[in-house]
Design a protein around this ligand. Structure first.
Ligand SMILES: *Cc1c(COP(=O)(O)O)cnc(C)c1O
Length: 394
């Protein structure tokens, strides 16, 4: 279907239809949810050959499902990958990626600000059970990667921008260094979505998105995806998903397909709102620092412009006030609800380091009174007014 669209100037919006084969489901404009757990065959040989024949032959729902496949084809097209596999959560995708590439004794280079539970998986599970070694890097200087990556490094774990401190890594630069040592690059691209950054084009090997955030987009699914270009790697990921059994359910896949249809318009609106909110916060006398890659004052703004096409609704900032005052500020907000996660309609607020140790907080470049907000779709004037009344209550 992609081939038919070459005459279009901007095929991105059309890619939201990619992978849909109307003729296979009575020309319905919206693909159905295939809730079947298995498919049947006319002969025993057809059954045995099912995984070798064409892509429209399905056998068992833990391996593949038509609704799931439509979603995977779309995400692969949007990320410029050769293929994609969706999982029951972002963490299922992330851990499968690590186990597909690493083995006992593997060396991993990982950025400090990577998603916390993945760090826990690496440092507590992989090091203890599989004697892997993890070297953490801040990630803002290429020299640091050069020093950390060795010929024993199997995996480099990136997240750019990261989801609390919004730190970036030079993806192209890291890819050149990792490539020289035959190390694979995994990157969490959840912040940008495929709309604002395509790391496979910059040299990454595996892109992960948690679909629980913007791809789902309505705070109603948990899911994850891995996208890759390399066919050998895709075959490995496919096998690992089948064996670990972490495939996404068909209903969630269908909601993912629905989410993708509006992904770009939602993202552009989140970005517009976030830019207005970040500019407002930056000028506010009670705000010490704003962490948002879309602000020209952001230390890595130039790198952001080089590798991203935009920024989402997520940012952090520091108040000039104690942890207790900051808690009161968060609790005074009415539109921004207190809660983890992000990427849906709703504006949200958290204090990611309020209970972290000072040591851990400093290691990540944060502060205990740091506030992270997700700018939702309630309208920028409303969000700024909400912040304004919370500042007034300080
Ligand atoms: C939420 C999140 C994850 C984990 O995704 P789940 O679907 O909750 O497993 C990974 N990375 C980032 C950046 C996230 O925000």
């Amino acid at each position: 279907m992609k081939e038919q669209n070459h005459y279009l100037k901007d095929s991105r919006l059309i890619e939201t239809h990619y992978g849909e084969e109307y003729e296979h489901y009575y020309n319905a404009i919206v693909p159905p949810v295939f809730l079947n757990s298995l498919n049947v065959f006319p002969t025993i040989d057809d059954y045995y050959d099912s995984d070798k024949t064409d892509r429209h032959v399905y056998c068992y729902g833990r391996v593949q499902n038509p609704t799931v496949r439509i979603l995977e084809d779309k995400i692969a097209a949007l990320e410029h990958g050769e293929g994609a596999f969706v999982f029951s959560s972002g963490m299922a995708a992330a851990t499968t990626a690590v186990m597909a590439v690493c083995h006992t004794g593997s060396h991993i280079v990982c950025v400090r600000n990577v998603y916390g539970p993945l760090k826990t998986f690496l440092t507590q599970h992989c090091t203890e059970q599989f004697q892997m070694q993890v070297t953490f890097v801040k990630g803002d200087r290429l020299e640091e990667f050069e020093e950390a990556i060795t010929d024993d490094t199997d995996l480099v774990v990136l997240e750019s921008p990261s989801s609390i401190m919004m730190t970036l890594q030079d993806i192209r630069g890291v890819a050149a260094i990792a490539g020289a040592h035959r190390a694979r690059i995994y990157i969490d691209n959840t912040y940008c979505t495929p709309i604002f950054q395509n790391p496979l084009d910059l040299g990454a090997d595996m892109v992960m998105h948690t679909m629980s955030k913007y791809i789902g987009g309505h705070s109603d699914i948990i899911g994850g995806v891995l996208v890759a270009k390399d066919k050998e790697l895709l075959a490995k990921l496919s096998l690992m998903r089948e064996l670990y059994g972490g495939i996404l359910g068909p209903m969630e896949a269908w909601l993912g397909i629905r989410g993708i249809r509006t992904l770009e318009v939602r993202l552009r609106q989140h970005e517009k709102t976030a830019l207005a909110v970040a500019a407002y916060l930056e000028k506010h006398p009670r705000v010490k620092k704003v962490y948002f890659p879309g602000l020209p004052s952001f230390p890595q703004y130039e790198l952001m412009q080089k590798q991203q096409q935009g920024n989402c609704g997520l940012m952090s900032f520091e108040l000039d006030g104690s942890v207790e005052q900051t808690k009161a500020f968060c609790q005074a907000l009415r539109i921004f609800k207190i809660g983890v996660s992000w990427g849906g309609f709703e504006s949200l607020v958290t204090m990611p380091f309020a209970r972290a140790s000072e040591e851990e907080t400093a290691w990540l470049g944060g502060a205990q009174n740091l506030i992270r907000i997700h700018c939702g779709l309630e309208g920028e004037e409303n969000l700024i007014a909400d912040l304004e009344q919370a500042f007034a209550a300080l």
